[in-house]
Structures are given as C-alpha cells and as structure tokens.
Design a protein around this ligand. Structure first.
Ligand code: F9N
Length: 279
C-alpha cells in the first residue's frame, strides 16, 4: 500500500540530524504511531542523493527484529522532500541511555549489555549474510543509531552510510567513514572498510555502554589513530564480569584476522549462555 502525507498527523519533532528532521507521526486511519524522516533532496549533491537512495533501498530489503523496520517512502515533488516511513522506537536511543547514566552516576546492568551484544550481533549477522547475495556494511554503528523498543530490546537504525557489497567481489568499500571514536585500525590506516570493521565498532559501542566512555579517545585524530593502532584500553568497570571483558577484548583485537566475525560472535557459547532461558 502506498501512503499520502495526509494519511498522517504530525505529533512531535523527535530530533534533527545531518540528513534532515525526524518526526513522530500517527496514521489517521490505523492510529499506528511511526516515525518519518523528512529529507530535502533539492539541494543535495548527486553523491548525497545516491546515499539517500541507498538507505531507502537497503532498509526495504532488511527485515529483522533488531533492525528498525522500513515501511514506505513518500516523495513530495513540490517541496522536493522525501519522507521515509520507519518503525517508531519509544525507548529512545543508547546515546541518551549513556548520558542519563553519566548524569545520575549509575551504570547499565550486565544483563542488558549481553542482550545488546547479542541483538546487535544478530542484526549485523543478517547484514553480513551472503544469502541475499550481497553483504551490507552498516559503517556507522554508534549509540545514537541504536534505538530501544518498549520492552528494552534494541534496534539498529540509520543506514545512511551503509553500503552493499557485491558478494562476487567480497571484502570492502571505501575508507574513512563512521564515527571517529569507533574507527577500526584498518580504516585508520586507510585500508578498506569491511565486515570486521563493523565488528570493531560493535565492540566500541558495547564497551562504551559499560564504561560510559569509548575505549579509545583523544583530542585529535592523530593521537586517536595511535591509541587505536596499539589497541590498549582500560578494563570495563569491575562490576562487570571477566567473561564480558574477554568477549569485548576479542572484538577490539587490532589484527582483524584474529577478530571474530559476527557469525563467530553470535554463536559463541558465552553469548548463548547469557540469553534469557525460553520458558
Ligand atoms: C541523538 N539523540 C540524543 C537525539 C535526541 C532524540 N531523542 S532520542 O533518544 O533519539 C528518541 C527519543 C524518543 C523516541 C525515539 N525514537 C526513535 N527515534 C528515531 O530517530 C531519532 C533521530 C535520529 C537522528 C537524529 C535525530 C533523532 C528513530 N528512527 C527510527 N525509529 C526511531 N525511533 C528517539
């Protein structure tokens, strides 16, 4: 079914990003609450228009319980705006969770950390799977791109920088993308971004969820690159278990050959042992 703008009532602005603005809207007929991202494409460069087309086409292909669901898009030629209709996540984003912990001097429960690790790992497994004959690299995994539903489950969003890799030419896409603090050693060295770079970023995100700061931080990209290349970081706080520290240390191995794939991660016995028992 294709929608019209008038099928929706705007409830509130959730926030704005480099792409445009994000609104919470209600379907006037079904009363379903969703999000629409409004993107003005009139002044976009051809490259940015391509990024936009990429995000929409990727989201349409990706169906997973831990990836925000894409519903449809509406093009308004008069105003040169694209409305991307996406699943609303009432729990907000992990960036807000981290800020709240810092403000209240609290920390995230280990049970939740394992849940985030497994759920984002299974979302990335779908992206990195070959069955769809392409590999999708998210390339901008960060707390502000991970949202919570109303049951405390996480959903990976914002595939604006994602890229499809043709399975016949496996491996890589261009370099130097994503959040600098989460940039992997290989990307810092100017090598190609690949699926193990997403694994590194996942390790940085889960580390930050525990320590409330990224594993590698510096005042400038040169010092950051040096720290990342050495791969040394403080242990997560001692109220988190050694097994969690060991799993995070494996995701943050400088040598990408030694770093587990997303498939290794989601099948790892220690991850599976922390999943809620099915009653
Ligand atoms: C970076 N944040 C601190 C911004 C403050 C805004 N609060 S928040 O923590 O995101 C928040 C609060 C309440 C509900 C939601 N739900 C939500 N938000 C999305 O995107 C937010 C948008 C992302 C790009 C930058 C602007 C904000 C969704 N995208 C798909 N489903 C979405 N569901 C988010």
């Amino acid at each position: 079914m294709s929608y019209k703008l008038n099928d929706f009532e705007v409830l509130e602005l959730i926030g704005s990003g480099s792409f445009g603005s994000c609104y919470k809207v209600r379907n006037r007929h079904t009363h379903e609450v969703i999000v629409w991202k409004v993107i003005g494409y009139g002044s976009l460069s051809e490259e940015k228009k391509q990024l936009l087309v990429t995000e929409v086409s990727l989201l349409r292909d990706l169906r997973h319980p831990h990836i925000v669901r894409y519903f449809d898009r509406i093009v308004c030629k008069e105003t040169k705006q694209l409305y991307i209709l996406i699943e609303y996540c009432p729990g907000g984003d992990l960036a807000t969770v981290i800020k709240t912990c810092l403000r209240n001097n609290t920390h995230v429960e280990e049970r939740f950390v394992w849940r985030v690790l497994y759920q984002l790992g299974s979302a990335l497994q779908t992206c990195h799977s070959w069955f769809s004959s392409t590999i999708i690299l998210h390339r901008d995994i960060k707390p502000a791109n991970v949202f919570l539903d109303d049951s405390g489950n996480v959903k990976l969003g914002d595939f604006g920088l994602a890229r499809k890799l043709d399975a016949s030419q496996p491996g890589c896409v261009e370099t130097m993308v994503g959040t600098p603090f989460y940039m992997s050693p290989e990307v810092m060295k100017g090598e190609m971004y690949n699926s193990k770079s997403d694994v590194w970023s996942l390790g940085c995100l889960v580390y930050e969820l525990c320590a409330l700061k990224p594993p590698f931080h510096a005042q400038n990209i040169k010092d950051l690159a040096y720290k990342v290349s050495r791969g040394r970081f403080d242990r997560i706080p001692h109220y988190y278990s050694d097994s969690l520290h060991r799993v995070l240390s494996s995701l943050l191995l400088v040598n990408q050959e030694q770093r587990p794939s997303i498939f290794d991660l989601v099948c790892h016995p220690v991850i599976l042992s922390h999943l809620p028992s099915v009653s």
